[in-house]
Design a protein around this ligand. Sequence first.
Ligand SMILES: NC(=O)c1ccc[n+]([C@@H]2O[C@H](COP(=O)([O-])OP(=O)(O)OC[C@H]3O[C@@H](n4cnc5c(N)ncnc54)[C@H](O)[C@@H]3O)[C@@H](O)[C@H]2O)c1
Length: 321
Amino acid sequence: MSTLRVAVVGYGRMGRCHADNVRKLDGLMLCAVIDPALPQVDDAPVYAGISEALDKENPDVVVVAVHTFLHYQTARIALEHGCHVLVEKPLTLSVEEGRELIELARARNLKLMVGHCLRFFPAYRKLREFVENGKLGKLRYLKLFRHNESPAWGDWTKPEVARGSGGALFDLAIHDIDFTYSLLGEPESFRVVHANDRNFANRLIESFWMYPDNVEVAIESGGIFPTGYGLRSGGWALFEKGALNFNGFATRFEVCSENGTEMVDLSNEPDGYYLMMEYFTGRVRDGGELRLCPPEESLHTIELCHRHMRENFCLDGEGEK
Ligand SMILES: NC(=O)c1ccc[n+]([C@@H]2O[C@H](COP(=O)([O-])OP(=O)(O)OC[C@H]3O[C@@H](n4cnc5c(N)ncnc54)[C@H](O)[C@@H]3O)[C@@H](O)[C@H]2O)c1
């Protein structure tokens, strides 16, 4: 197996996570880290700018883990250089820019995948299994939540970064929006009770997606919680013949059925970010389709976020400044 050279752009919280998985996976080599705020890392050369790094190190894969407002330009440079790209979510805030990146990747025959990590997280994969295998009958209702403290680490305290992240809708709710779309497809209709305002403020979002046969999904996400609250995520699902209740970190996954309540042990499952890196680089290697996370679906996820903004019932017209 030939070694894939991987460069990571942005070595903050997510960049470090991706770099660690590159270090763990066989057949991958961290060939460069690009971050102007970083003096050095132990095992790879550090660059302040992407172009110099790509020219000198010639990576096969570039992981884009800079803030959202830099995704488009960074991914574009990497694709133009002939690199496959794994870009953090959201692909971009603008649908047009996202589409351009997908077309560029297609034209150059390069892989482009967005880090919609829930598709790889054990608890959400287990939930998908129950929806698809019918062991508890048909799904009737699904609730997904994601509560975070207002981010105060890395570059998040800079106003241009906070503004350029798209707020709670594009930064947090997008995880559950993307997962729901991947699980159940396009809803018949949806209703948004609170949503980001036009300035992408970090408020609480609640949306209700309606599917045929009165199947309903409720999504609740917000980055409004105080420092120290951390990130809490998970959900519950009601089926014809039972229910699930889980947290997003897979430390609890309960199955309630006519046989009683069973705890599913997911503690030995590999971490979702690891699985995501393994999956993406696997498809780079074998040329296969990115079926678990196609870029066109990630683009549609951005469209769904924009629809949430348009269909928000509770905005006063001005929103928060
Ligand atoms: N998938 C997830 O679970 C998840 C979780 C958190 C964040 N994210 C996404 O990851 C991205 C980064 O978020 P984070 O929390 O890691 O941010 P962060 O502030 O911790 O890190 C960002 C890093 O980018 C560096 N940087 C800034 N400008 C740069 C440039 N021009 N070139 C190279 N590096 C540059 C900064 O110095 C910083 O180290 C965002 O798009 C966010 O939406 C995803």
